[in-house]
Design a protein around this ligand. Sequence first.
Ligand code: SF4
Length: 322
Amino acid sequence: MSAPLLRVEDLHVWFDLAEGGELHAVQGVGLSLEPGERLGLVGESGCGKTTTALAIMGLLPPSASVSGRVLIDGTDILSGGEAAMRPHRWVDVAIVFQGAMNALNPVRTIGEQIVESLELHNRARGTAARSRTAELLEAVGIPAGRAARYPHELSGGMRQRAAIAMALSCDPRVLIADEPTTALDVMVQAQILELLDALCRDFGLALVLVTHDLPVVAQLCDRCAVMYAGEIVERGPLDLLYHSPGHPYSRMLFAASPDLAGLDEPVLSIPGAPPRLDRPIDGCPFRPRCDSAFAACVERPSLQEVAEDHAAACHLNDRVPA
Ligand code: SF4
């Protein structure tokens, strides 16, 4: 059997804290992605989604320590440091960051930035790079003539399209989109989601969609991984997680989404807050908020297969049906 396109194994990230100690932001994350597959990585703010994405790209700040493996076609690109990562970053795996205004250089035109990316990765130079830039801009719905515009001269939606064009410049096989529609109005949000859908189809891209917005995942993804307190607590086909969740957090997360809760169901909020990750966690991290907690939950559950292609980290799945 061939190796998956992208596989993440036992990924951990710690950040040194200025006041001393460390914060264990990502705790043993594992996931895999086949060509063309679309995975939604979901969870509340601060659960480790973006840190996981940045760790896969090798883009975390020096205050972070990382362990685990990130494999592309079976080759580990994490353990060899920057030298092993550089040939794969943007070429095999690219990322669209949260908030295009922060990702784009404000003093260079969008065309210059895409040309620079093409030249830095030896994809094209001079006229060929400018011509490829025009193609990329057209592919994301920006008229090629706007290559000479600065980011501040474009609308929020156009800036996000430009950021997507830049991410596609080296023909990656995996695109990580980190909250790609945050801060956009509803109409523009729909357009960007349609664009991502079309690009995945047309370019055969595999997608990791990082978001707290479950309806966005429902629109674009076929699989879902739910993160809580730095770890994946459930993963599997999106339909299965929605209709037969194996973890109370997934159930409560779906029930808290106004667009996904059943029409006759009230929208529920999840009480309490996630645990601090700079302190040890006793037992199941979700226990203080869980409406199904029982005696066994004083032990931390691990992610186990609960059905074919469906895993969850919850002791409820250990109970033998009567
Ligand atoms: Fe709730 Fe226990 Fe399952 Fe944790 S292990 S999610 S506390 S039932």
